[in-house]
Design a protein around this ligand. Sequence first.
Ligand code: ARG
Length: 480
Amino acid sequence: MSQDSSDPKNSAPQNEASSSTSKAWGGRFSEATDAFVQRFTASVDFDQRMYLQDIEGSIAHATMLAKVGVLSDDEKQQIYAGLETVRQDIESGKFAWSVELEDVHMNIESALTEKIGITGKKLHTGRSRNDQVATDIRLYVRDAIDSIGKELTRLQEGLLSVAEREASTIMPGFTHLQTAQPVTFGHHLMAWFEMLSRDYDRFMDCRKRLNQSPLGAAALAGTTYPIDRHYTAELLGFDQPTANSLDSVSDRDFAIEFCAAASTLLMHLSRASEELILWTSAQFDFIDLPDRFCTGSSIMPQKKNPDVPELVRGKTGRVYGDLFSLLTLMKSQPLAYNKDNQEDKEPLFDTIDTVTDCLRAFADMVPAITAKKDSMYDAAKRGFSTATDLADYLVRKGIPFRDSHEIVGKSVAYGIEQKKDLSEMSLEELQQFSDTIQQDVFDVLTLEGSVAARNHIGGTAPEQVKKAVATAKQVLASRD
Ligand code: ARG
């Protein structure tokens, strides 16, 4: 969090103290909290964004308390109505968040009590902020996963539309960033699609594991009230209550898993970004990105910079950093809750925001990619990308692969000298290297022949790309 010295709460005198009686836990204290300690220990500046989940959790808790007879129906109704006005105050900007009240939980509870009086003080029966915060974060991450899943699907739909359009567009495929074999542009984009499908599954897998209700674990050991944990779990859309109260309030492995899935996604987006950046350069000149996704240079008038993919590539680093913060935060923590855990939120929220923005940028940008087909085609021709096809041709005619490799190597050396692609040589020229070569060689030396020949599942042939797109559409349609 940035420490702005112009912010009055940061420049408050060190010995200024708040009244001990204003604290929800002030009973056993004889001295008010030091003003700096108050600010140092507070999380309200960053956890207030969980207000909806906090209210949702409190409604479920109050509903359960009324069901088991700890609260009356009338008290429950008062709590519902009070929380609803608190929500409205927050959303209309009227709510005054107070650092003195430490976090989102105590701010909301205190506002509720101000609104409905003594009944508000009963809400916390059989609950602790420890199970409350563990519930809120799970709900928050679950909501984040659901919206990330939708945005990932939108990006994948965009990829499919371009892949379908470019199923037969030929470009060079690379290994070591050197021209290797011709591939179709649609096939290349479908590789990105596959990476993103695994990312989607990783998020959904994380969702499955986090979707358990910690409510009822209370501070660490459970509670003496006759609570119904299955009921609160059901009310909040959790699959079941967590199995161990100590574990429920202390572990943040779901946040780590989420950030790990996010890091892998961003790693993939950074790879795609890198390719987009290369492809828009004058040296590659494979694609065009619309002006609205690019920026200019203040000094070089000719520049059109691919800032959006560059930023996505750069933001990958901060998401890795968030993952490492969380891993380090949890390292060696003894059971059960420790205040350290309050530090889980900023990295987690930063990852959620970063992933959301990067996905949006990509989902908007990808359908607008235009392929510069001629340029891609020329590049595929320049790098002797059908050399393997010639070698395979000779093998089919009975020459051992190692010998055919040698023959093709010599043909390529000749081509470099003569500045001719293999397909541009005459039959006589090719026959200098092997008299096994006949007229039918030209069927395999063309770029079209080369890609069409890789016609098996997972291969680059246009026919296979179209099939892959059709299968992928079914995958997307099966997501809810
Ligand atoms: N703001 C705290 C957090 O984010 C809430 C839990 C506080 N619990 C406690 N025992 N002090 O972790």
